[in-house]
Design a protein around this ligand. Structure first.
Ligand code: FAD
Ligand code: SIN
Length: 536
């Protein structure tokens, strides 16, 4: 137990693009605490390559961005959410430019827009603004510089949220319990507004483009606190992650295909025209499935992405990160094709929110990848994710600023975290094994192609794992590894349950037992069971 309990106006859990943009927007009026379970920069945002989609070119149109997003979403997007994001996109980009994000300039001084716009799969126009192939790093370092200087923002890296705290009748979120990873103390932070900006859950899969932080903590915590989740069956697989024994989760940006890269078999044959008239620039679900199928037909470990027809100087300036990383591994991308495979990349579903970022629980918001706003439907359009984080940070700001803190009933005191009945774990091997088993089960049975049998088997295995992990959780001193595993196994269960409910194939969810797409369909919304005594 600890006496370091804190109070603040706004508690933001997560220091990616969503969390830090909101912190900066609110800090001139409110005191803000930002938590990150690792360093401030570690999260998916840091690794984003391709860029941010927005209508910036005068010859492009918001209607075209809306139509491309709806097409990629395969009939399951919420048209209102899509319009809201597309209409607010350019304003969000202007804010980043004003903060000093060093986006790549246009190559031609006569261009219609001062910054370079690249193309990615599913977009009918060049509309992706970027900083070479390290967009996320450039945006995040600008935001981190700004939040570090702000007197009203307290930054707590290496602090992992354990659970949300609700009021007595469980209708309002009043803060969170937090584990200080260095001291190992758990204490409470009380706040009238708590924001989950905790990123996605792609770490549920054995192979992923995501960093270790993507364990679905926000989704699991919101579910335990009584919030609905939506569309959890739609996990996006990025078609092109580097296939190399020394570097398993490095992404080869879709912008490489946007600039002319072609997917080929080991014998050099291009294959994407067989699958879609947009060939290599078809939406991701189609390209990932095509690669998976070609790998199975030919019994090969990977396919190849060929950009050798572009001059070396072009590749070095447009894709310095990819060029350098491949070079280090002995692959000169100007001379030889890049070995690639699909890997889990993005959680399209998440915590159900409205267009203000508000969840089912008063005082609790969810923004960024952890949220289900309705924007992505059954598949996310490339580069719409960083954008969603920015647009919903602004939406949440408006909602929070228009609510007066003074009228909110907050508890006098939050009960201290009780760790009197637990002991140090002696058999860590049990947790390590469960991690491996979970990620393999999800990869093998809940991957790019599913069947009813595989999903049933996944559900059984995950139920066993949940029982084992829960037992471990209630008996032992908590650490971040155990907390993450407990969250991820719950999120995996939600993914499988949602996949079992969808009796069709649509977007990212492809089930061989129901290969057809139904003429009408709805998002999969799951509601947590009511529990009388919510325990940690
Ligand atoms: P993140 O950036 O993932 O940040 C999550 C934060 O939450 C971290 O600070 C983490 O420490 C914190 N956190 C999580 N759980 C807890 C907890 N329990 N307690 C405390 N803190 C916690 N999208 C695009 O639009 N364009 C791209 O070009 C693009 N490229 C990508 C490339 C890669 C390799 C990857 C992995 C993703 C890419 N994406 C891209 C997707 C996009 O980067 C992410 O969806 C987006 O950055 C998510 O931002 P976020 O703020 O929601 O979460
Ligand atoms: C990429 O650069 O291919 C990733 C883009 C995205 O995930 O939107």
């Amino acid at each position: 137990m600890s006496n370091h309990n804190l109070k603040t106006d706004v508690l933001i859990i997560g220091s990616g693009i969503a969390g830090l943009s909101l912190a900066l927007k609110l800090a001139h009026k409110r005191n803000v605490i930002v938590l990150a379970k690792s360093s401030l920069s570690e999260g998916s945002t840091m690794y984003a390559q391709g860029g941010i989609a927005a209508v910036l070119d005068p010859f492009d149109s918001v209607e075209a961005h809306i139509s491309d997003t709806l097409n990629a979403g395969a009939g399951l997007c919420d048209p209102q959410a899509v319009r809201y994001v597309a209409e607010n996109a350019s304003k969000s980009i202007e804010e980043l430019i004003a903060l000093g994000v060093p986006f790549s300039p246009a190559e031609n001084s006569q261009a219609d827009y001062p910054f370079h716009l690249t193309q990615e799969g599913g977009h009918s126009h060049r509309r992706v603004i970027h900083a070479a192939d390290h967009t996320g790093q450039s945006v995040l370092s600008t935001l981190i510089d700004q939040v570090k200087q702000h007197p009203n923002i307290k930054l707590l890296p290496n602090h992992m949220t354990v659970n949300l705290i609700t009021n007595d009748d469980k209708t309002r979120c009043v803060g969170a319990y937090v584990l200080n990873k260095q001291s190992r103390n758990i204490y409470s932070i009380q706040a009238p507004f708590t924001i989950l900006a905790t990123g996605g859950a792609s770490k549920a899969y054995l192979y992923t483009s995501n960093p270790d932080t993507s364990t679905g903590d926000g989704i699991a915590m919101a579910w335990r606190a009584g919030c609905r989740v939506g569309n959890m069956e739609f996990n996006q697989f990025h078609p092109t992650c580097l296939f190399h024994p020394k570097d398993r989760s490095f992404l080869i940006s879709e912008a490489v295909r946007g600039e002319g890269g072609i997917l080929r078999l080991p014998n050099g044959d291009a294959f994407m025209t067989k699958y879609d008239e947009r060939a290599d620039l078809a939406p991701r679900d189609i390209v990932a499935r095509a690669i998976d199928q070609e790998m199975k037909i030919h019994g090969i470990d990977c396919v190849f992405l060929d950009i050798t027809h572009k001059p070396k100087a072009f590749l070095e300036s447009h894709f310095p990160t990819i060029y350098g990383r491949c070079k280090k591994l002995g692959i000169d991308i100007s001379k030889e094709p890049i070995p690639v495979v699909p890997a889990a990349h993005y959680t399209c579903g998440g915590i159900v929110t409205n267009l203000k970022g508000e969840t089912d629980l008063a005082g609790l918001y969810a923004i960024g990848e952890t949220a289900f706003t309705g924007l992505h439907g059954a598949n996310r359009l490339a580069s719409n994710s960083l954008l969603e984080g920015l647009v919903f940070a602004e939406a949440a700001r408006q909602s929070i600023e228009s609510t007066s803190i003074e009228n909110l009933a907050m508890p006098e005191q939050i009960p201290a975290w009780d760790s009197s009945r637990v002991s140090e774990a002696r058999e860590r091997i049990l947790v390590a094994h469960d991690w491996d088993e979970l990620r393999r089960v999800m990869w093998d049975y809940v991957g790019i192609v599913r069947t009813d049998k595989r999903l049933k088997r996944a559900a059984q295995r995950i139920r066993n794992l949940q029982n084992e992990i829960d037992e471990f959780y209630y008996q032992h001193t908590l650490d971040s590894d155990l907390l993450e595993l407990r969250n991820l196994v719950l999120v995996s269960q939600l993914m499988v349950t949602s996949a079992q409910k969808r009796k069709e194939s649509r977007g990212l969810h492809y089930n061989l037992d129901y290969p057809k797409t139904k003429s009408r369909s709805k998002p999969t919304i799951l509601k947590p069971p009511k529990r009388k005594n919510q325990v940690n």
